[in-house]
Design a protein around this ligand. Structure first.
Ligand SMILES: *Cc1c(COP(=O)(O)O)cnc(C)c1O
Length: 390
């Protein structure tokens, strides 16, 4: 993008971050060295979880979280249709079926009432899910207390997709602490809250899941004699216990991630300020932000608006193109996953998840990143006034 374009998201790195990466480049370990453990400790300390397993990207963490819960052929996994494709693809990597639960029209998070209704039906049909993956859309927590209660009733496991949510809280506890789930998946892609270039992490309080995920990260290989199925041949010996992957993160990435964790609270605080500025600046325009759930504090990865299309003479595409032409790097999050051609092949069609589809017709993602200036919010507002023709 040109220099005068305001992007929708952008990383914020400082000299300290750069020095930490350079330090690794001058050290003995580019991968599988001490920076990984440092990063894992920094994230688990912030979240208040007992284990952290760093990985190559967030998608890999979702894949291995499913694997560690034994998701496979014949199982089904449910998630939200308004998410990045990774939240659904992870189940398919394991050979499982994916299904979706429509979103709450206010928060656009997976709707607990619709989940309850779908579970009741599935119980009758014998099609209960093995795992549900609530996605904390835009950074705002799903109704985890209710989803957790449903998991107790129906016996499914929970993987939270917190790719948007690090830095936020739910019922006064930090995202990632696994209070309501088996595992929480994090992403450190540059547009997310903190970055390691590419990267992801599983946080969990379950030592057995942590061990399994950590082994799957490196081909399913262990050097721990207590896990081996037969006697060690000697000090060089390792065993592959199950089929795993190479999903390791490099120390170069982990050093950046660990350094970025020092800024997490400041980044999150700045994002909250920008969100409040947007709420104030945009009040009175023919649009609405996502509803805020008072039970939590969002990590504010994204700031979306929904156009009140009945009140304006332009359509979403015209408003979007006008904003882009004015140098506002808007985006749309997300095209409902079930409408992707690769999901149509599985039998999903439009009309199946109407709240998700309605949201998609109206949605625009505005710029949101910690280095944004207060005056940028005003710039977005002026461009919106133009674009909406009001
Ligand atoms: C970014 C993201 C992921 C993981 O993405 P990676 O690019 O693989 O780190 C997963 N779920 C959601 C909702 C995301 O936005």
């Amino acid at each position: 993008m040109a220099a005068d374009v305001l992007p929708y998201g952008r990383q914020l790195l400082d000299d300290e971050d750069i020095e930490e990466v350079v330090r690794v480049l001058r050290s003995d370990f580019l991968t599988q060295g001490p920076a990984i453990e440092r990063f894992e400790k920094a994230v688990t300390a912030w979240c208040g979880a007992s284990h952290g397993i760093a990985m190559a990207n967030g998608t890999a963490t979702l894949h291995l979280a499913c694997k560690a819960l034994d998701v496979g052929h014949g199982d089904s996994v449910w998630t939200s249709p308004i998410t990045f494709v990774a939240s659904a693809n992870c189940a398919r990597y394991c050979g499982a079926k994916v299904d979706f639960v429509d979103v709450d029209p206010g928060t656009v998070n997976l709707c607990p009432d619709r989940l309850a209704a779908k579970l009741e039906q599935a119980e009758k049909n014998g099609t209960l899910p093995k795992v549900v993956i609530p996605v904390h859309f835009a950074g705002q927590n799903c109704a985890m207390d209710r989803i957790h209660a449903l998991s107790q009733k129906y016996g499914f496991r929970i993987i939270e997709d917190a790719a948007h949510a690090l830095g936020g809280t739910y019922l006064n506890e930090r995202v990632g602490n696994c209070r309501w789930s088996d595992m929480v998946s994090h992403s450190f892609h540059p547009v997310k809250i903190i970055t390691s270039g590419e990267g992801g992490m599983i946080t969990t309080n379950d030592p057995a899941l942590a061990q399994r995920v950590s082994m799957l990260r490196t081909h399913g290989i262990t050097r721990d004699a207590s896990l081996m199925t037969s006697k060690s041949h000697g000090p060089w010996y390792y065993q592959q216990i199950e089929l795993g992957y190479n999903y390791r993160m490099t120390d170069i990435q982990a050093a950046l991630g660990a350094s970025q964790m020092n800024k997490l609270d400041a980044f999150a605080a700045r994002r909250r300020v920008i969100a409040d500025l947007y709420d104030q600046a945009l009040a009175g325009l023919p649009l609405r932000p996502l509803a805020r759930d008072p039970q939590g504090v969002s990590g504010w990865h994204l700031y979306m608006i929904r156009l009140n299309l009945g009140e304006i003479s332009r359509n979403r595409r015209e408003v979007f193109e006008s904003l882009r032409a004015q140098g506002i790097g808007v985006n749309v999050h997300y095209i409902p996953v079930h409408l992707q051609p690769d999901y149509a092949k599985l039998g999903f069609t439009s009309g199946m998840f109407p709240e998700a589809e309605r949201y998609y017709e109206e949605a625009i993602t505005l710029p949101m990143f910690p280095a944004m200036k207060d005056s940028d919010v005003e710039r977005v507002r002026s461009a919106l006034v133009n674009a909406l023709g009001v």
